[in-house]
Design a protein around this ligand. Structure first.
Ligand SMILES: Nc1ncnc2c1ncn2[C@@H]1O[C@H](COP(=O)(O)OP(=O)(O)OP(=O)(O)O)[C@@H](O)[C@H]1O
Length: 323
């Protein structure tokens, strides 16, 4: 694909969104959204149903016009006049692939390639089929393919134009775990080829595994960053301690240890210890437990998943909404 792509440092961002909003009459789909995506990044867009994810994809993909703010897509200002130029540089894979079910895989790709006047179409189709591992199904009618294979055809279609920015709207929606894993592997391969990917998803483990950075949208942008940084921002560091039998006096064990800020008993024999630096606190906690004669089952750093971050932010929004 684009071996001649410039390094990201040499170029404007792949996407730059400044105060973007879209209303449908009275209904606000999203508003006041700011973010930038660098070339070669896999950027995840997460949010509950109705948060505005698909509408943002459609807006940045030039299918609908924003009602406020501005953006550049693949370095080009998002305006009606620039629609054709932007569409040459991007591709969108919508949630439902929208293929001609009676036509074969190759015929589908030919149709779309002709529509966009793709140069060297025959070779491009072969490349795209190889990229999604569908060469051996090229002659099959799309109506006979499973949902997962249709999704791969939709990805092949998107690759025909060698896009700089690829928008994937819930690419694994409705796929079983094996189908979803196949799509994840394809996304990894595309990342390795330098394609910038803007991905919306409800699957938080998918975003955690694939995305360099994520944004959480709930009509407005709630947060944006690398999952590891968001974890640090939102959650204090803790150690989870488990002992075979409950400690008779946990305060005598945990209070006053270096780098330990506090503790609470979560369950019988299970303690959550708040720490400022786990590399200092964990050995000190271990020594104190042994000195107290406790049978230690485990001492581990608590891990907050992207799901924890997401639920924390969306729950906060729901709380505010109920007030
Ligand atoms: N064409 C339209 N006309 C009117 N309202 C619309 C239109 N498209 C979207 N909306 C509204 O905009 C809001 C955001 O919808 P959108 O489909 O972007 O959300 P989403 O985050 O993609 O949701 P989901 O995860 O369920 O796909 C919703 O309230 C929706 O009803």
């Amino acid at each position: 694909m684009s071996s001649g792509k410039l390094l990201s440092a040499d170029r404007a961002p792949a996407l730059s969104v400044r105060g973007l909003g879209k209303h449908f009459g009275e209904r606000v789909a999203f508003q006041d959204v700011f973010f930038e995506v660098g070339y070669g990044e896999v950027f995840g867009f997460l949010g509950p149903n109705g948060a505005g994810k698909t509408t943002i994809v459609r807006t940045l993909g030039t299918l609908i016009a924003p009602t406020s703010g501005s953006a550049t897509v693949a370095g080009i200002p998002l305006t009606a006049e620039n629609g054709v130029e932007i569409r040459r540089r991007i591709a969108i894979v919508p949630e439902s692939p929208g293929l001609y079910l009676r036509l074969s895989v190759t015929e589908n790709l030919e149709c779309f390639g002709d529509l966009y006047e793709t140069p060297g179409l025959k070779d491009r189709i072969q490349d795209a089929l190889r990229a999604v591992d569908m060469t051996d199904r090229a002659g099959d009618a799309c109506g006979t393919l499973s949902k997962g294979l249709r999704q791969r055809v939709a990805l092949a279609r998107a690759l025909l134009s060698d896009p700089e920015v690829l928008f994937l709207d819930e690419p694994t929606s409705g796929l079983d775990p094996v189908g979803a894993r196949d799509v994840h592997e394809l996304i990894d391969e595309l990342r390795n080829r330098g394609v910038t990917i803007f991905l919306t998803t409800h699957r938080l483990e998918e975003a955690e595994r694939l995305c360099d950075r994520v944004a959480i949208l709930n009509t407005t942008l709630r947060t944006i960053g690398r999952p590891a940084d968001l974890r640090e921002q939102l959650f204090a560091k803790t150690l989870a301690v488990r002992t075979l039998v409950p400690l008779p006096e946990p305060g005598r064990v945990f209070d006053g240890l270096p780098a330990v800020d506090g503790w609470r008993e979560r369950d019988s024999g299970a303690y959550v210890v708040s720490v400022s630096d786990s590399t200092i606190a964990a050995p000190a906690v271990a020594r104190a437990l042994v000195a107290a004669g406790a049978d230690v089952l485990s001492i581990s750093e608590s891990y907050h998943s992207l799901e924890d971050i997401y639920l924390q932010l969306i729950d906060e929004d729901n709380e505010v909404g109920r007030r």
